[in-house]
Design a protein around this ligand. Structure first.
Ligand SMILES: [Zn+2]
Ligand SMILES: [Zn+2]
Length: 445
């Protein structure tokens, strides 16, 4: 049991709390502090996603108010990643709690883009010194994408404390010594500053919003929202092909090169991973890119997360009736569409990758379709006739036995469309309907 543990200051990053613990503990060797906090002498104190926190929580002094969740949610960079990694959320949490030992979650490890040095806002530094008698490292200031202080609206400075060298015990606490104010601050243009403020406040919103109030999003949800919004802006097709070249140009002119360079985002053609966030199987990604894309698509994070759009691979409808027997033949009257799941091995996203829909007209005729319409004549396409419907059945019942067998064979051959030409199939269907009528008349005569 620890005899004390510093109370984290508002938005203090846990790393900073550990450093304060070490300074006050009187421990000479950092190993001793590591042993006390994490039950391990060779742990790396990660500034972004510290781990082995379960042990720490169990050993906090009696009456400590901290819970594992509140420490992770309020004092680490977890929220920034978790919201965009719904499928891996529990894996990251497990890692931070220490259930996975020192295993570093792969997706996170490879996507982290942290600043080189701990950053600080000179005004926050003085205010903290004045209010608390000591300064500390703010979580938001260390978050990728945040280059300005959202409270004081000034550009953040680099301290002389490297963020990744694990020397936390030596220069751990923010101070006037390791936060030299005299550093020349970067001079951005007004438009870049405005964008930096915008993105910093978006990140702040994500870091501090109540996640339990956000409906849980699956990975395909992000994919669909982006595709739907890109289609609206003519930057993607219904079958989810993104016009990367056009998007790159529009993205660059929207943000400007000064801003993108400040964030370390390379929009040149040789960065083939620029739009990784559109991929359906997303493992490695940059959360800042998500936020930039959300703003580019004219949303704020809160309106974006409230979106309810669904992917409509067959468009809005109504769709064509393809029944030559129907009075509405080739008219857009079909409103009933049932989406089916395919039996693909990878069925999780089959409704996106390989959509199958069954269209049913009031005349009883049903056809199914696989994949979106890509050409003009695709709207006349069907893969299978599911049911011919009552108009065909009435005629069929009037046939003699021989004609019935002939009709069955012809109808069967036609009910699966193996040809690539939708119009050929429709002509064959029309011919079949005509021959059915002719046979009935012949039998009657
Ligand atoms: Zn500040
Ligand atoms: Zn119809």
């Amino acid at each position: 049991m620890l005899s004390f543990f510093p109370t984290p200051y508002p938005d203090e990053i846990l790393y900073s709390v550990f450093a304060r613990y070490h300074a006050r503990s009187g421990n000479i060797k950092p190993d001793e502090t590591l042993q006390e906090l994490f039950n391990s002498r060779n742990i790396i104190v990660r500034p972004d996603l510290p781990y082995n926190l379960s042990y720490l929580i169990k050993n906090l002094p009696l009456l400590s108010q901290h819970t594992l969740e509140s420490l992770i949610q309020k004092h680490t960079l977890y929220p920034m990643y978790a919201v965009f990694m719904p499928d891996s959320k529990s894996a990251i949490l497990g890692y931070m709690k220490g259930e996975l030992g020192t295993y570093i979650y792969r997706g996170i490890a490879s996507s982290v883009y942290l600043p080189k040095y701990f950053r600080f806002c000179p005004k926050c530094l003085f205010e903290n010194l004045h209010t608390f008698g000591e300064a500390y490292w703010h979580r938001l200031h260390q978050t990728p994408g945040v280059l300005v202080c959202t409270i004081h609206d000034v550009v953040l400075n680099d301290s002389i404390v490297p963020i990744w060298n694990n020397q936390w015990y030596q220069v751990g606490i923010a101070s006037l010594e390791n936060c030299p104010i005299s550093n020349v601050t970067k001079n951005y243009s007004e438009s870049t500053k405005e964008l930096l403020r915008l993105i910093a406040s978006d990140i702040e919103w994500l870091m501090t919003c109540d996640f339990k109030s956000l409906p849980s999003k699956e990975l395909d949800w992000f994919h669909i929202q982006y595709i739907v919004l890109l289609i609206k802006r003519n930057l993607a097709t219904l079958d989810r092909q993104v016009y990367e070249q056009g998007l790159r140009q529009k993205f660059l002119s929207f943000y400007g090169s000064e801003f993108l360079e400040a964030l370390g985002i390379n929009v040149s053609n040789n960065n083939i991973n620029l739009f990784n966030i559109f991929r359906l199987h997303l493992e490695v990604f940059d959360p800042v890119m998500h936020l930039l894309m959300i703003r580019f698509l004219r949303h704020s994070p809160s309106t974006f997360f409230a979106r309810k759009s669904k992917y409509k691979p067959f468009g809005k409808g109504p769709w064509l009736c393809l029944n030559p027997a129907c009075e509405h033949y080739l008219h857009s009257v079909v409103t009933k569409l049932v989406m089916l799941l395919s039996n693909d091995l990878d069925s999780t996203y089959s409704y996106i990758k390989n959509p199958i829909g069954t269209f049913e007209c009031d005349c009883g005729f049903q056809y199914s379709k696989i994949g979106v319409n890509l050409t003009k004549v695709d709207k006349f396409r069907f893969e299978r006739i599911v049911t011919f419907g009552q108009l065909w059945e009435q005629k069929y019942l009037e046939l003699n036995v021989v004609d019935r067998l002939n009709f069955q064979q012809a109808a069967y051959n036609l009910s699966f469309n193996y040809s690539k030409s939708p119009m050929t199939m429709l002509r064959k269907l029309e011919a079949l309907w005509k021959s059915l009528n002719d046979s009935v008349e012949k039998d009657a005569g």
